[in-house]
Design a protein around this ligand. Structure first.
Ligand SMILES: NC(=O)c1ccc[n+]([C@@H]2O[C@H](COP(=O)([O-])OP(=O)(O)OC[C@H]3O[C@@H](n4cnc5c(N)ncnc54)[C@H](O)[C@@H]3O)[C@@H](O)[C@H]2O)c1
Length: 420
C-alpha cells in the first residue's frame, strides 16, 4: 500500500477531507464514478462552495489525483467512503451508492486496510450492510482489516467550523478498529471522540440532525400561531436566547433544505418503524410541520397581496435567495422550489434573484435570474426574501419594494414590510 488515503466520493464531504489530509502531509487519492468531477478536479476546478479552484489546483500540485479507476483502492492504507445516501421512493435510505462503493472496495481489499464509512445512514448499516460485503472475500473485519463509522458533520459555508476543528466521532466494529480509525483521524482533525461501537456513532449523527429538525419545526409551528396572536416571534426568540443556559435559539423560515435536515431524520423514523413497528412520532410531526411551511408562506403572501386589493393570479412575485443556506450556491432540497411551485399554481408570475445562482431549475423548468435587481424590485407586486445572503442590503431592498415579505426575520417591519 503506497498511499495514506483514498477518498471514495469527491463531493461536499469528500473534498474537504481530501484538503485536510493533504495539508496534514498525507498522500491522497480520490475515487469517484463521475468522470466530469474527476476530470474537473485533476484540471484544478472545484465544484463545491467550500473549496476554490486555486485550492483544488494546489491539492493537485501537492500530489493529489482523482480517478474513476477503482484499482486505486488497493493502494491505500485508509479508505473513507463519502458517497451520497439519498432518500429512496419508499422514504427509507437509498443505499445503492454505498453498496456500489463498498463492492468496489471489497474487490480490492487488502489485509491491514482501514475502511471508514462517513455517509449518513441508519444505525446498523456499517455492521449489517458494509461488513458482510467486505468480508465476502474471506478477510475478517476487526482483525484482518479494520472497519468503522465516522459521521460527517460538515456545515457548508460555515466560516468558523470546518473539517479540521469540528470534533470527529469514531466507532469501530471492534476496539482495535476504533483505535485504528481514531489514529487516522487524529492526524487530520483536532479532536477525535470515540463511541462504544458503530451504532452509537451512526445514531449520534441522527440525533444531531433530528434535534435541529425538531427544534426548527417547533419555531415554525410557533410562527404560525404567533402571527395569529399578533406576537413578534423574532422578538420572543431574541429575548429567550439571553438565558445563558438551557436554551438554544432556532429560527423559523420558509421550510428546511439541504441534504441533512429534511432527509436524515427520515432514515431514523423509517428504521424504527421497519424494525420495531411503531412510529418515531417527534420526527414524523416535525416532518409534517416543516414540509408544509412553503405552502404556509405562500398563503401569507396571498394575504399580503389581498390587503392591497390584488389577487395572486397575475401578480408578479420576486423571490430573493433560492439556495437552502445563506452565502452558498447549494440548492439541494431548497424550500424555494416548493414555494415557487405553489405560487405558480395560484397563477403568480415568479421571477427570482440570487447572487449565487444564475439559472434556477424548478420542477422541470429553467428560469434565468433577473438581469437588473432594482428594476425587478420596482416591477414586482410582492418581494419575498427566502434566503438572507450577505450581499443583500435588506433595508434598501425592503424600502424599494411595494410589498416586502421577509421569511427570515431580518427586515424592520413597516406598513409595507411584513415578517414571517
Ligand atoms: N453536504 C453536506 O452538508 C453533508 C453534511 C453531513 C453529512 N453529509 C453526508 O455525506 C454523504 C455525502 O454527501 P455529499 O454532500 O458529499 O454528496 P455529494 O453529492 O456532494 O458527493 C458525492 C460524490 O460521490 C460520488 N459517488 C456516487 N456514487 C459513488 C460510488 N459508488 N463510488 C464513488 N463515488 C461515488 C458522486 O459522483 C459525488 O461526486 C451523504 O451521506 C450525506 O448525507 C453531507
Amino acid at each position: 500500500m503506497t498511499v495514506d488515503l483514498a477518498v471514495v466520493g469527491l463531493g461536499y464531504v469528500g473534498l474537504p477531507l481530501v484538503f485536510e489530509a493533504v495539508h496534514a502531509g498525507m498522500s491522497v487519492r480520490g475515487y469517484d464514478v463521475n468522470r466530469g468531477v474527476v476530470d474537473g478536479l485533476n484540471g484544478g476546478v472545484s465544484h463545491i462552495d467550500d473549496l476554490s479552484d486555486e485550492q483544488v489546483a494546489d491539492l493537485v500540485s501537492r500530489g493529489f489525483a482523482a480517478t474513476t479507476d477503482a484499482s486505486v483502492l488497493a493502494e491505500a492504507k485508509h479508505i473513507v467512503i463519502c458517497v451520497p445516501t439519498p432518500l429512496a421512493e419508499d422514504g427509507g435510505p437509498d443505499l445503492g451508492p454505498v453498496r456500489a462503493a463498498v463492492g468496489d472496495i471489497a474487490r480490492h481489499l487488502q489485509p491491514g486496510q482501514v475502511v471508514v464509512l462517513e455517509s449518513t445512514t441508519y444505525p446498523g448499516t456499517t455492521e449489517e450492510i458494509v461488513q458482510p460485503l467486505l468480508e465476502a472475500g474471506g478477510l475478517k473485519a476487526g482483525t484482518d482489516f479494520h472497519l468503522a463509522f465516522s459521521p460527517e458533520r460538515i456545515d457548508p459555508g460555515n466560516e468558523k467550523f470546518g473539517a479540521k476543528n469540528t470534533p470527529k466521532v469514531v466507532g469501530g466494529v471492534s476496539p482495535e478498529s476504533t483505535e485504528a480509525a481514531a489514529a487516522f483521524y487524529g492526524r487530520v482533525v483536532d479532536t477525535v471522540v470515540r463511541t462504544k461501537g458503530t451504532r452509537e456513532a451512526e445514531m449520534a449523527k441522527l440525533l444531531e440532525n433530528t434535534y435541529r429538525h425538531i427544534n426548527i419545526a417547533l419555531v415554525n409551528e410557533m410562527a404560525r400561531f404567533c402571527h395569529e396572536l399578533d406576537i413578534d416571534l423574532w422578538d420572543v426568540i431574541d429575548a429567550a436566547k439571553t438565558k445563558p443556559f438551557g436554551f438554544q435559539a432556532f429560527y423559523p423560515g420558509p421550510g428546511v433544505g439541504g441534504h441533512c435536515i429534511p432527509i436524515d431524520p427520515n432514515y431514523l423514523s423509517y428504521n424504527v418503524r421497519a424494525r420495531l413497528g411503531y412510529p418515531f412520532r417527534f420526527v414524523e410531526l416535525a416532518q409534517e410541520i416543516n414540509a408544509t411551511m412553503p405552502s404556509y408562506v405562500v398563503k401569507r403572501a396571498q394575504d399580503i397581496l389581498n390587503e392591497d386589493g390584488k389577487a395572486m393570479k397575475g401578480a408578479t412575485v420576486l423571490l430573493l435567495g433560492v439556495t437552502y443556506k445563506p452565502n452558498i450556491a447549494d440548492q439541494r432540497e431548497s424550500p424555494a422550489v416548493p414555494v415557487a411551485k405553489h405560487l405558480r399554481e395560484k397563477g403568480a408570475a415568479v421571477v427570482f434573484h440570487d447572487p449565487h445562482v444564475e439559472q434556477w431549475r424548478t420542477n422541470g423548468s429553467v428560469t434565468e435570474r433577473v438581469a437588473d435587481l432594482d428594476e425587478a424590485i420596482a416591477n414586482a407586486d410582492l418581494v419575498m426574501l427566502l434566503q438572507h445572503h450577505r450581499d443583500y442590503d435588506i433595508e434598501a431592498l425592503a424600502g424599494a419594494s411595494k410589498r416586502f415579505f421577509d421569511t427570515r426575520g431580518v427586515a424592520a417591519e413597516s406598513p409595507t414590510v411584513q415578517r414571517l
